[in-house]
Design a protein around this ligand. Structure first.
Ligand SMILES: Nc1ncnc2c1ncn2[C@@H]1O[C@H](COP(=O)(O)OP(=O)(O)O)[C@@H](O)[C@H]1O
Ligand SMILES: [Mg+2]
Length: 220
């Protein structure tokens, strides 16, 4: 599903990622950890095309990112949903309209928009807040809206960059449960976090970035 083959990334003279090789099978949920500045965000950016590797190859669901034709870029973007630490919701749109935005940009039929948005809100347990505005929601609720927005078009891969960074510990665990439920329905998930607390007792694979290299910790 996701493969990294000998991937390196440099900024100026600084090596952020060094010769990384990794396979994440379809349907797996993995954590990417490591101290601040270790390259976790860069690693995810390579997958959602915000950065390009200096060496090596990345494929997502057979699409080769490093030799993607411009016409394949929308296809790749449709396979990937991304969630950030700061939610990035649009405050003057309702919850429903925030989640619907990507579908409307793609000119999906309004009936399909309604069905997919309802499905996505159901998965994050927020159907009752569809008509609310982001500012009236708690941090955990706002992150669940952001997750609904990321999964509304049913991507194969969900990427999350410090998704619990702005949340208290209990809310963070709630959000992890939401990711788990989504993963159980088949979505491959990569979660970058520097928060070791979140990984305690996990049965998921834990990958650690440090000094540019990637190592595997296994279930903690
Ligand atoms: N656009 C950039 N230009 C130069 N250096 C960058 C850029 N983005 C990140 N870096 C550097 O790359 C390293 C890894 O950053 P990042 O991927 O954000 O790490 P993490 O997410 O693990 O905290 C850091 O030293 C950071 O300062
Ligand atoms: Mg980061």
């Amino acid at each position: 599903m996701i493969t990294f083959q000998g991937v390196s990334k440099y900024y100026e003279y600084h090596t952020v990622l060094r010769n990384i090789t990794l396979t994440v099978p379809k349907g797996e949920m993995v954590f990417l950890t490591g101290p601040s500045g270790a390259g976790k965000s860069t690693f995810l950016k390579l997958m959602y095309l915000a950065e390009t590797p200096d060496e090596g190859d990345i494929t997502i669901d057979t699409l080769p990112l490093t030799s993607l034709k411009p016409s394949q870029v929308p296809l790749l973007r449709r396979k990937i949903g991304v969630v950030f630490q700061d939610f990035k919701l649009i405050n003057n749109l309702t919850v429903f309209d925030n989640v619907a935005l990507a579908l409307r940009v793609r000119k999906a039929a309004e009936r399909e928009v309604r069905n997919l948005v309802s499905e996505a809100l159901k998965k994050v347990h927020l159907r009752h807040l569809a008509d609310s505005y982001p500012r009236s929601l708690s941090g955990g609720e706002q992150q669940r809206v952001a997750i609904a927005r990321a999964i509304v078009a049913e991507p194969l891969v969900l990427l999350a960059d410090e998704p619990t960074g702005n949340l208290d510990p209990n809310t963070a665990l709630d959000i992890l449960r939401v990711f788990r439920d989504i993963n159980l329905q088949g979505t491959t998930i990569l979660i970058a976090t520097h928060n070791r607390e979140l990984l305690r007792g996990t049965d998921k694979r834990v990958l650690k970035l440090d000094g540019g290299g990637l190592s595997e910790e296994g279930g903690a």
